[in-house]
Design a protein around this ligand. Structure first.
Ligand code: HEC
Ligand code: HEC
Length: 394
């Protein structure tokens, strides 16, 4: 049995941080910030060891670099050392607390977890999401799928490093409204548990903007999801797959040509050995134009390019695409089947080499159903239930 530390927040203490605009529920609608109790295991969860990764993942050079070495300078080999979070158990524990704490937003109403729900592989099921003062996000909230493997974050791939990215949503007016990081560091230092969590993670109680970003990055980088039915069937020649799932796998790889973009261990191209660039030549790019009819959001460089999202846990993360336009996987597949619009920036695999027109896949009803069945094998039930990624506030 795990012994728990209980940190009880005294109501008077947190009340003094509430602004007059704060009438929202502070804890996902179940209670208020003044009653949040932090429950952490006495011995921190194991975030830093990636020994449980299945063999087919460990064998991949790119993954080995990102996870197994786990040394500064190696996680993202091309980035400056200070941008490489080194995941430690105490650092990621602090990151977990920060991720779930609504006090990171200006009016104590929005935590990262408001838009990133564990049971939905950290997407949130909404087309666009309400943030600070109910302003809506511009795009669909994203699942978090092995971000330590990614060198392109956000729908327009505008960030290359997880650490560079984590301070963004806190400061963003629409998402969390916390512009003044000095205000935030002072605010956090007033709680009895934060100084000790910072001390465990960094050796001193000092709370800085850089440490907040680093701890969040450590927590996010520790999120590994490699335990789907697809992963479990790697070593047995997919003998555990139904005939529909097998048909779907074959459509995904050949007739549907999905693999051309959603390739590699993370189904997003960035995890292919030697790949992972984020612009330039398409074959090394993790962005693509999928021939969606665009209204206002022109994506990267105004060419309708968007990040190639990972398809891990895809069955949990509806609605789909950068603008959440498709309510379910069937609609996404209808788009690829016959809805792709020809445009000058349309990415190669979606252009018919013979006619120069947008590809029409002409999938049968059975093939479409099979493709959905295959995509459902990418769900990792363990990841979405793992206690170490769950809300530590009870
Ligand atoms: C109000 C909702 C909201 C909040 C709060 C929020 N996010 Fe997000 N998150 C989004 C949206 C929307 C996107 C996509 C944004 C875009 O592409 O412009 C996103 C993207 C991301 C991504 C990129 C995933 C990828 O594959 O590229 C990560 C990682 C992430 N958020 C982590 C966080 C963290 C950490 C916090 C808290 C510090 C946070 N988010 C707070 C809505 C939110
Ligand atoms: C040319 C590259 C390319 C090909 C080929 C491709 N995709 Fe995609 N896929 C993308 C990009 C880029 C996006 C994001 C597009 C957007 O948001 O505007 C995407 C989005 C998706 C999504 C939604 C992901 C999410 O998180 O919302 C699914 C599901 C998907 N693709 C499945 C498939 C399947 C199945 C096939 C084969 C029939 C396929 N893709 C072929 C590049 C591609």
């Amino acid at each position: 049995m795990i012994k728990k530390f209980l940190f009880v927040l005294i109501s008077a203490l947190s009340l003094s941080f509430l602004t007059s605009t704060c009438s929202d529920d502070l804890d996902h609608g179940n209670g208020t910030a003044k009653q949040l109790q932090l429950e952490l295991p006495q011995v921190p969860y194991d975030y830093a060891k990636f020994s449980e990764l299945p063999a087919h993942i460990k064998e991949n050079d790119f993954v080995r670099l990102a996870f197994l070495s786990n040394e500064p300078g190696k996680l993202f080999p091309t980035f400056p050392e200070e941008e490489n979070p080194k995941v430690t158990d105490h650092g990621a524990t602090l990151g977990r607390v920060l991720f779930y704490d609504p006090r990171l937003s200006l009016n104590n109403s929005i935590a990262c977890a408001n838009c990133h729900h564990q049971e939905k592989a950290f997407a949130d099921g909404k087309v666009i999401s309400p943030g600070f003062e109910n302003k809506m996000t511009f795009r669909n909230s994203m699942a978090i799928n092995n971000p330590a493997l990614m060198s392109n974050l956000f729908w327009d791939s505008r960030r290359q490093s997880v650490k560079d990215m984590t301070l963004n949503p806190i400061k963003d007016h629409i998402e969390m409204g916390m512009e003044d990081m000095d205000y935030l560091t002072t605010k956090l230092s007033k709680f009895d548990f934060y100084p000790s969590l910072f001390k465990n993670a960094y050796g001193s109680t000092e709370i800085t903007e850089n440490r907040i970003a680093d701890a969040l990055a450590q927590f996010i980088c520790s999120m590994t999801s490699f335990n789907s039915k697809f992963d479990q069937n790697q070593t047995n020649g997919f003998s555990g797959f139904t005939s529909m799932e097998l048909l779907g796998k074959s459509v995904f790889e050949s007739k549907g040509n999905c693999l051309a973009c959603h390739g590699g261990v993370n189904f997003d191209q960035t995890s292919i050995n030697g790949g992972g660039g984020y612009e330039g030549d398409f074959s090394f790019s993790a962005t693509a134009n999928t021939g969606l009819k665009l209204t206002t959001d022109l994506g990267r460089n105004g060419r309708g390019l968007f990040k190639i999202p990972s398809l891990r846990n895809i069955a949990l993360t509806a609605p789909y695409m950068h603008d959440g336009r498709f309510a379910n996987l069937e609609e996404v597949i209808e788009h690829y089947d016959h809805g792709v619009q020809l445009n000058p920036n349309l990415s190669d695999p979606l252009i018919d080499g013979n006619t120069g027109k947008a590809v029409k896949l002409d999938l049968s009803n059975i093939e479409k159903k099979a493709l959905v069945a295959f995509l459902q094998t990418l769900t990792d039930e363990k990841f979405i239930k793992e206690a170490k990624f769950s809300n530590p506030f009870k």
